[in-house]
Design a protein around this ligand. Structure first.
Ligand code: ATP
Length: 314
């Protein structure tokens, strides 16, 4: 199968102990938790049996060591992660509210998170699938690295997968938007959430938005619907997968975990419907654990979950 690679940010996250507390009033945080959408994605893909390699940067500090240890323990290739002596590891502080919304303070600009030393020659040989988390395109150094990786992977006959997690700020940045449009045109598989569709195509209904994405050239679409599950479209078929009834503790990372599972299984030749079924379960498992990467799971947890927690349509 294809080796799955990501180019993007690595960071550690600190999470408020108390729900509903403004970031400036938080007394106690838990963490550091390993994080960064491309890292959560790749860690999950590796746990699902895919061969993986991450390209990014960490500082020569404890947070960087934590990230490298976790990724290596879960089987992710880290040769592409540079340890930068003069930068610290990226960090984020997060607070959650009862309505499911979140507040973040990010420290990523001018940290190791967006100071990677990447050139396309560093990509490993063999068939590659590059996964792009659109949020990374907001950083100019990451954007340059990702666009050059995408050209190289496409040029050598590889695949591009993309989570177009297009936050409104990203869509207002012309360079980031242009880069995202280019990646959408190159992508073989797109995995937007329903809110991503709204941000990408404001005012269009879902069917019209999906139509636009199909016309951009992707052969496979996975629409993530949070607690309502997911829809997989491809090979002339459409599979609606209802959500699983779980207690949502922390939604961060569910989307990346879904995508990591889906792409890893496709790379191993699993069919669309089965890959979607397992990805839908992996996303549901992810929300039951506090911490962005703490809810990642492997095949045995997923099959146990699927036999104990049936999917429910509303
Ligand atoms: P993120 O918060 O990581 O950006 P996202 O917005 O990309 O996530 P979601 O649709 O929230 O993606 O979640 C991804 C997948 O995880 C869903 O398609 C579903 O399979 C699963 N999932 C998410 N939330 C829940 C939930 N509350 N109950 C059951 N499954 C869930």
């Amino acid at each position: 199968g294809h080796k799955i690679v990501t180019v993007g940010e690595l960071l550690v996250e600190f999470i408020s102990h108390t729900k509903g507390c403004a970031l400036e009033r938080i007394g106690e945080f838990s963490g550091p938790y390993p994080s960064g959408a491309p890292a959560i994605f790749l860690d999950q893909a590796s746990r699902m049996g895919a061969e993986t390699e991450m390209f990014g940067g960490v500082g020569d500090d404890g947070f960087g060591r934590l990230l490298l240890e976790r990724l290596r323990a879960d089987g992710v290739g880290t040769e592409g992660v540079s340890v930068l002596p003069d930068r610290s590891t990226g960090t984020a502080f997060v607070s959650y509210y009862d309505d499911g919304s979140r507040d973040f303070i990010f420290h990523l600009a001018n940290t190791a998170a967006d100071s990677l030393s990447f050139t396309a020659e560093m990509l490993p040989p063999g068939p590659l699938a590059l996964h792009v988390s659109a949020a990374s395109l907001g950083s100019a150094p990451l954007r340059r690295a990702i666009l050059s990786a995408a050209d190289a992977v496409k040029g050598s006959g590889g695949k591009i997968t993309c989570d177009p997690n297009a936050r409104p700020q990203l869509m207002q940045d012309d360079e980031a938007r242009g880069a995202l449009e280019r990646i959408l045109g190159q992508a073989d598989c797109l995995m937007p959430s329903t809110s991503d569709l709204d941000h990408l195509y404001p005012g269009l209904d879902e069917a019209a938005a999906i139509d636009r994405l199909v016309h951009s050239g992707a052969e496979i679409l996975a629409i993530k619907r949070g607690a309502k599950g997911a829809t997989i479209i491809g090979d002339g078929a459409k599979y609606d997968l209802p959500g699983h009834d779980v207690d949502e503790v922390d939604p961060t990372g569910a989307g990346d975990c879904f995508c990591g599972t889906f792409v890893a299984l496709l790379a191993q030749g699993v069919g669309l419907e089965e890959a979607g079924r397992q990805a839908n379960a992996a996303g549901a498992i992810a929300v039951t654990r506090r911490g962005p990467m703490e809810g990642n799971s492997g095949p045995s947890q997923i099959s146990a979950f699927l036999s104990s927690t049936p999917a429910v349509s509303d």
